[in-house]
Design a protein around this ligand. Sequence first.
Ligand code: WT7
Length: 649
Amino acid sequence: MSTNIESHLVENRIFKPSKELSKKAHITSLAEYMELYRKSIINPEKFWAKQAGELLFWRKKWKTVLEWKEPFAKWFVGGKLNVSENCLDRHLTGATRNKAALIWEGEPGDKVTLTYQQLHREVCKFANVLKRNHIKKGDRVIIYMPMCPEAAIAMLACARIGAIHSVVFGGFSSESIKDRIKDCGARMVITADGGYRRGAIVPLKKNVDDALKDNEQIERVIVFRRANNEIHIKEGRDAWWHREMEYVDGNCPPELMDSEDPLYILYTSGSTGKPKGIMHTSAGYLLGTALTTKYVFDLKSEDIYWCTADIGWVTGHSYTVYGPLCNGATVLIYEGAPNWPEPDRLWELIEEYGVTLLYTAPTAIRAFIRWGDEYPNQHDLSSLRLLGTVGEPINPEAWMWYHTVIGGGRCPIVDTWWQTETGAIMITPLPGATPLKPGSATLPFFGIDAAVVDDQGEEVPPNVGGKLVVRKPWPSMLRTIWGDKQRYKKQYWSEVKGCYFTGDGARRDKDGYFWIVGRIDDVLNVAGHRLGTSEIESALVSHPCVAEAAVVGRPDEIKGQAVVAFVTLKEKEHPTPELREKLRQHVATAIGAIAKPDDIRFAEGLPKTRSGKIMRRLLKEIAGGGQVTGDTTTLEDFNVLAKLKGVHD
Ligand code: WT7
């Protein structure tokens, strides 16, 4: 039996960058990319050192580019800098001083714009608030905030004084806050009274209060007034943000930080077991995010850039805060739900602010498709010049919709593959250089030695699936799992010798393009054939009636595993036995009989994490007819699960 993952879905569409785009882009042709990539891989340290010198502002230059004692890396050893100074102060000398850094709109429609000078002042003041409350370099601070400028201000203020932030997504429960406080040993929580979501108020402060019952560890809670909902203030522990800001001035020199001083800890949901505190450090992380923001989005000074991810995810850290601000970009932040008050809110915002770069997730795109074209069609989206996706493989049909309906056929799509652990984008098109293939994240970024290998660590031939690994360290990689070096080693550096193992399965086509086939743990084994989940899902989504699909295996006496597909239909479609048969046939035609689902279950929704990833583990349990037993605390909507259990016809 072969251990390689088979691939059957063929995608032949190709979209070349327009001449006009290429001419103005940072990287202007595939040949230029190839040459730069080749050099960057022959001598990565030379490449990264050059970039670090050009892109970052150093207080003291490094002595050694890389110290590598597998699996522990130190980049730019001996160098000193401050991340907040790189994101703010350096933009205050020229015209960017008065440029909008953050443009914010709350869900109810309130608006705030902060120029670089104003943002700098707020960050300095809040950094002084932290100091006033005895937070110092190396202390851990939890940030549990709605999507508002103050969330970014809190992060940058921590960076300014060298405190290590750990942002907890505002949709998580008090249990999650409690676990994270404990794991990272935080001394302070920064939160808000509440935040708006679908017209309701999320009681953030109340959740913090619940998390802090019987807690002796947290000395201070700073509360930003956002939603004006009633809250409890615990004397001696809690303090209002606006009150604290009255006691401080706007002068706060940045703390000199070592390149390798920790910048933040971010917990990944981790579908099983205890959440992992992914630790990133200062210089390498900033370099990775700043460089990729510049090249992947082909950033220009006049852009209005919008990444829709919440600041509670790594995408919000790297591509709303650190990467764009380090480049002096103008960033849009929106507080609420994309379908509030109507499913056209995103498109309304794009029209209103003239957004030029939009970065969002496939799961959101599939929801937009499901809601209908009439919503984007009501708005003028002609300001957009580039689109991006991240988080999951994008099904080619969803890619085509994004390209046509949102991008008007004129905007390139950058399908960016990376992880919380990688810190920055790793596999991605460069808009002026890379011909696009719908569904492929295309080629590795400069300095990233990505490969697809078999169980022995040997690179597999074109179009054979295997494990996606990175064979050399890179500056923005995680340095460890907070407090658990052993787990770091085991999780990422023990599966394939000498390589960082991503946990993903992938293949490369004859042009070297990467196609992510899903998580390795989700790969199916049907009668000795190893099939990735994403191709079967893409085949289902390519049927005009289907909005979304998730494929899992069910134990089968004869075949080992049978293919079970959970399918949600577009708004106006209805589940029927005929449609089920048609869909099975559709997969057989698109991929081959081997992938034909044994069972198709229609569902109103699929169980997802708060970041939009389908929880296949739960579907596996349901498909196998068993009880859902594992941890479900990261599940977004419990109703979906309850309904799924009842769906059997
Ligand atoms: C996992 C990482 C990276 C920020 C958001 C998610 C999947 C991510 C892609 C893509 C196919 C993708 C992978 C990866 N993934 N981007 N463009 N194509 N799959 O961060 O929660 O750490 O998840 O998301 O499976 O390992 P994360």
